[in-house]
Ligand binder design. Structure first.
Ligand SMILES: Cc1ncc(C[n+]2csc(CCOP(=O)(O)OP(=O)(O)O)c2C)c(N)n1
Ligand SMILES: [Mg+2]
Length: 1022
């Protein structure tokens, strides 16, 4: 009874508003909305809706009965049968009632109803009581989780803004019920499943069953979901009596998994008590939780699971879920072992893993990968999604039936990190959906030293998931059976609806943030409670022994058996002499490298293509390759312009890109271009998706009409996110080396909201996790007088992260270009011609390894009449040009040249125009450095040697502390062996990337051009 009191009291605010007696204005609005939703107005004639007592929330209840009556008048009480008949016959308002006839029935329940009804002066009381009961039921469904016993420590501070309510059981009055109604029998609404086979129950039993369904160790949050069927499905899963039943076998398996999870941490603690491992103690049921999800999903046909997770319990997951060999894990603790692989490597609780094995429950093969990740919490989420999408794409799994993702989260990170929200918003977008992710939160009610009340403003850490209508199953992690149940339901949910779902494991953290931390400094009371807390394995084992599921001896044997496995693996780990990060690869590319993991060659073939192919792809780019398709007049002109270019054998920027994509597609390489507004192109130059002007959503992607056996082209406008979308594409690029995956920033500067993906994954991913990635970033860049924003893609930042040594001139060799590429962490280019863009994109695929490519792309050059390339520069035999030397008149008489201006990007066109205007074509050469990094030392040396008498200037339009200067200067100096100075012509240092004033912009440009062409500018300076 006490429990009932509490429940009713806590549910008060909702139920009070729901009471049939208090029909407020706001409720009337709700009714109006529900009328629209269910179209009751069309079903019930006006007389029925005009009945005075139906003008409030009661209409929901009546609606249900009305439908039941329509199906069969015998489905409802006789009084309602008469009422509906009268109302349908057009009885005037208030006149549809008739005194109820007596109820006949055989069950005890009905007899009680009889008593109830018999005692009523009219049917109105009966309706009100039923409505009250329905309100009560709904209150449990909506808010039962508020009072579920979710917290193993019983100190939960989840704050629902409920005023504590001290009133007693008479609060059933809030629903319009009296304590004396407890033994009366009520008909259950068809939306409620607590009755099982029974359609009526006494109120006391109704409350009891609702308490069992919604207020025990599982708290279900789902009534906010817009889809009626989905809500019904969940109610069925949690309300149906006896659903949480497990066979003896299942209980034993669960115990064995709990043993592995618990004893694994204990083993590590025994052997390496002073090592950080971010143990799982306090949430050991995470392991059976994940295994349940995987078993169930495998039974449902899933063949590949891609997982992302933070530090907490990671080693345990690797050992007991992914099944990484224990000795491989243990030897990571040996600080004396030498690293076998190049690169920095990473700490053991960040490494990834891939493993294929037979799932014992489903007896099907399943491959599992845990993605390596940086310390940055949640950053791996979109990467996992991208890889999952790619795997689904490559195996034709259009509904996510074969490949799925699981994401694990900490409570503080899930609530705090914006990337979680950004990733959720990809979940239902056609080109980004992975058809449902299962999220598991290790909710230990603390983040490092911070309490939830200081870490988030939402009641639960999981509230972010509500934006995508994902159901959230909170569960007390000290109840392994309840955990297993919700995990089963979560897996079934994904399998049924292919939508995201969240399992919130409410637990505690037995130790400090890591094993070295003292939690009593900051959470003294919580930790006093934790110290008293019996371990979950112990509690569960005791329960199963008491219930006779296992004997004490069987339990001891199981424990000893696993301990022995750990000891044996430990002994084996001692034999290991060397640490191989390679063994921790999360995304192997079978057949791409040699068995030793080396590139199959150290050369890159010509990236040119045949004249015929150029013509063919150009014609596709200039046409609408389908019948009956009306394009915009403006676009017709653009396509005509392209056709002209093709006939003249030249490419502009868009056409150069088209040639690269088209030729790769033709060769079976999948191309995927994603980013904000990429389909048309921010600057309206690309137009890869044509839209019929007369038929809504009718589109044509000419790039998919190049040849019948080509690879598919994916071009997709993304959500307005950089962090998640770039992470997603990085993950996509991880799945296969045989795809060109590109992300384009709307303007280059927006990449900084994805900085974590750039720093933590793209720049350093190979060094940390020995995994290659060929992602391409297209970053529009250039000072066009458009103000501080939209101008700079921040080349200085990318260049600062390049790993090539500014002070070492590389050994010259035949294959220096490829070797440099192989050794670098990423490639940074700023192409000044469409042909060079074409080559560098193709090189991404034709080179025998994969490296990220950062391309600073132009804006004004997209339409610059000089920024065009002849087909001759793209034919078979041609290559990407790392630098483009000057081939003008000055180059013919190099000894007379007074100045060599090195530059990169669009400033080249401004420099050559200025040179011409000043009549200095034979005095100054302008050399374009197209590949900034790895720096083309060899080719720059050829230029500096050639113009031995000239002074050397670096010219850039960016400010001095930005752009390329700091990167190129020491490298050019190394090239000339510090014998000649490198002068600077460019904007002065500044805080912002560009001025907001057009005049200032032009003045700065003139000034820097003046310096560049004043051959006396640096005379006498040292
Ligand atoms: C983006 C980011 N910010 C800060 C940190 C530092 N940090 C590491 S763990 C941690 C607490 C995480 O709490 P929670 O997500 O609840 O996971 P738990 O450690 O409790 O399992 C913090 C703040 C980090 N790793 N990443
Ligand atoms: Mg936490």
């Amino acid at each position: 009874m006490h429990r009932l009191r509490t429940t009713v009291a806590r549910l008060r605010p909702f139920t009070a508003a729901q009471t049939a007696q208090s029909i407020s204005q706001s409720r009337l609005l709700v009714v109006e909305r529900s009328l629209r939703t269910f179209q009751l107005a069309r079903c019930l004639n006006t007389s029925v809706t005009a009945e005075p007592f139906l003008n409030g929330t009661s209409s929901n209840y009546v609606e249900e009965m009305y439908y039941a009556w329509l199906e069969n008048p015998g489905n409802v009480h006789k009084s309602w049968d008469i009422f509906f008949r009268n109302a349908n016959a057009g009885a005037p308002p208030g006149a549809a009632y008739q005194s109820p006839p007596s109820i006949s029935g055989t069950s005890q329940g009905l007899a009680s109803v009889q008593t109830l009804v018999g005692a009523q002066p009219n049917v109105e009381k009966l309706v009100k009581d039923h409505l009250a009961v329905q309100s009560l039921i709904r209150a449990y469904q909506v808010r039962g989780h508020h009072i579920a016993k979710l917290d193993p420590l019983d100190i939960s501070c989840v704050d629902f803004d409920d005023a504590p309510c001290a009133v007693g059981f008479q609060n059933v009055g809030l629903y319009g019920l009296a304590e004396s109604d407890l033994d009366k029998v009520f008909r259950l609404p068809t939306t409620c499943f607590i009755g099982g086979d029974e359609t009526t129950l006494p109120l006391r039993e109704i409350i009891h069953r609702l308490e069992m369904a919604y207020c025990q160790h599982i708290g279900v949050e789902f009534m906010f979901i817009n889809d009626v069927e989905q809500c019904k499905w969940i109610r069925q899963k949690f309300e149906t009596p006896g659903v949480m039943h497990f066979s003896l076998e299942e209980k034993r398996t669960l115990l064995a998994r709990m043993i592995r999870s618990t004893r694994f941490e204990e083993f590590l603690q025994r052997k390496w008590s002073s090592e950080k491992r971010f143990g799982l103690e306090g949430c050991e049921s995470l392991i059976p939780a994940l295994k349940t999800i995987i078993d169930k999903s495998s039974q449902n046909g899933v063949e590949s699971v891609i997982m992302g997770m933070p530090h907490r319990g990671r080693l345990n997951v690797l050992a007991n879920v992914i099944r990484k060999e224990l000795d491989q894990i243990f030897c990571q603790f040996d600080s004396k072992l030498e690293a076998a692989d190049e690169g920095s490597g990473d700490v053991k609780y960040h490494l990834g893993m891939y493993h294929k094995h037979m799932n014992r429950v489903s007896e099907r093969l399943i491959s599992m990968s845990l993605m390596a990740n940086p310390s940055h919490l949640e950053a791996v989420d979109p990467v996992v999604q991208g890889k999952t999408k790619a795997e689904q794409f490559y195996c034709g799994d259009t509904e996510g039936k074969r490949v799925m993702s699981i994401l694990l989260h900490g409570d503080a990170a899930f609530a705090g990190q914006g990337i979680v929200y950004e990733t959720f918003h990809l979940s239902d977008l056609p080109s980004y959906t992975t058809h449902g992710t299962i999220h598991v939160v290790v909710n230990n009610q603390i983040g490092f030293t911070t309490d939830p009340r200081m870490a988030r403003s939402s009641p639960y850490p999981t509230d972010v998931a509500r934006v995508v209508n994902a159901p959230i199953f909170h569960v007390n992690a000290d109840d392994p059976e309840a955990v297993m149940y919700v995990c089963n339901v979560a897996a079934e949910w994904r399998n049924t609806f292919h939508k995201d779902v969240v399992v919130d494991l409410v637990c505690y953290r037995r130790n400090g943030h890591n094993e070295m931390d003292e939690p009593m400094f900051t959470q003294p009371l919580m930790y006093k409670q934790i110290k008293k807390q019996k371990g979950v394995l112990q509690k569960f084992a005791e329960k199963l022994i008491t219930d006779g599921v296992v004997t004490a001896q069987e339990y001891e044997e199981e424990v000893a058996g696993y301990d022995k496995i750990c000891e044996e693996a430990y002994a084996r780990s001692k034999d290991k002499k060397i640490l191989h990060i390679k063994h921790w690869l999360d995304s192997p590319w079978p057949g791409f490298f040699t068995l030793e993991g080396q590139p199959k060659s150290m050369s890159c073939p010509s990236t040119g293509i045949s004249e015929e192919e150029l013509g063919h792809i150009g014609n596709i780019a200039a046409s609408v390759p389908v019948e009956d398709f009306t394009i915009h007049g403006g676009l017709s002109r653009i396509l005509k312009g392209r056709a002209n270019m093709v006939s003249q054998r030249v490419c502009d920027w868009a056409l150069g890109e088209y040639m690269a994509f088209g030729s790769l597609l033709k060769d079976g390489i999948h191309v995927r271009l994603s980013g904000q507004d990429v389909e048309r192109g921010t600057f309206s130059h690309r137009h890869h998706v044509l839209h019929d002007q007369n038929v809504d959503k009718k589109i044509c992607i000419p790039m998919n009409h190049i040849s019948p056996d080509q690879a598919p082209y994916t071009v997709c406008n993304s959500s307005l996110s950089e962090y998640a979308v770039l992470g997603f594409e990085l993950g996509f690029a991880m799945a296969s080396p045989n795809a060109l995956v590109l992300w384009e920033a709307q303007f280059g500067d927006f990449h900084n909201t994805a900085q974590c993906i750039i720093d933590q994954f793209i720049s350093s991913g190979q060094a940390k996790w020995v995994r290659h990635n060929g992602i391409v970033l297209l970053l529009p860049h250039g000072m066009e007088g458009m103000g501080p924003e939209h101008s700079s893609a921040r080349p200085e930042r990318f260049l600062q992260m390049c790993n090539d040594d500014p002070d070492v001139f590389p050994k010259l060799s035949e294959d220096i270009a490829v070797r440099q590429l192989y050794d670098c962490n990423w490639i940074v280019v700023n192409c000044s011609t469409p042909a060079n863009l074409f080559h560098v994109l193709r090189r991404q695929i034709l080179q025998p390894f994969r490296k990220p490519l950062i391309v600073f792309t132009p804006k004004s050059l997209l339409r610059h009449p000089e920024a065009r390339s002849s087909f001759d520069d793209m034919l078979l035999g041609t290559h990407f040009k790392r630098i483009i030397p000057d081939d003008g008149p000055a180059a013919a008489i190099p000894e007379k040249v007074k100045r060599v201006i090195f530059c990169s990007g669009k400033i080249y066109y401004e420099l050559t125009r200025e040179r011409k205007n000043r009549g200095m074509d034979d005095a100054v050469v302008v050399v374009r450095i197209e590949q900034l990094s790895p720096f083309p030392f060899d080719l720059v040396k050829a230029e500096t040697d050639r113009y031995a008498n000239a002074d050397l200037v670096w010219c850039q339009e960016e400010h001095k502390n930005q752009g390329y200067y700091d990167y190129v200067k020491p490298r050019i100096r190394t090239t000339v062996n510090h014998t000649r100075p490198i002068w600077y012509a460019g904007r002065d240092p500044a805080a912002a990337p560009a001025t907001g004033n057009k005049q200032t912009h032009l003045m700065e440009l003139h000034r820097l051009l003046d310096t560049a062409f004043d051959v006396e500018a640096f005379a006498g300076k040292v």
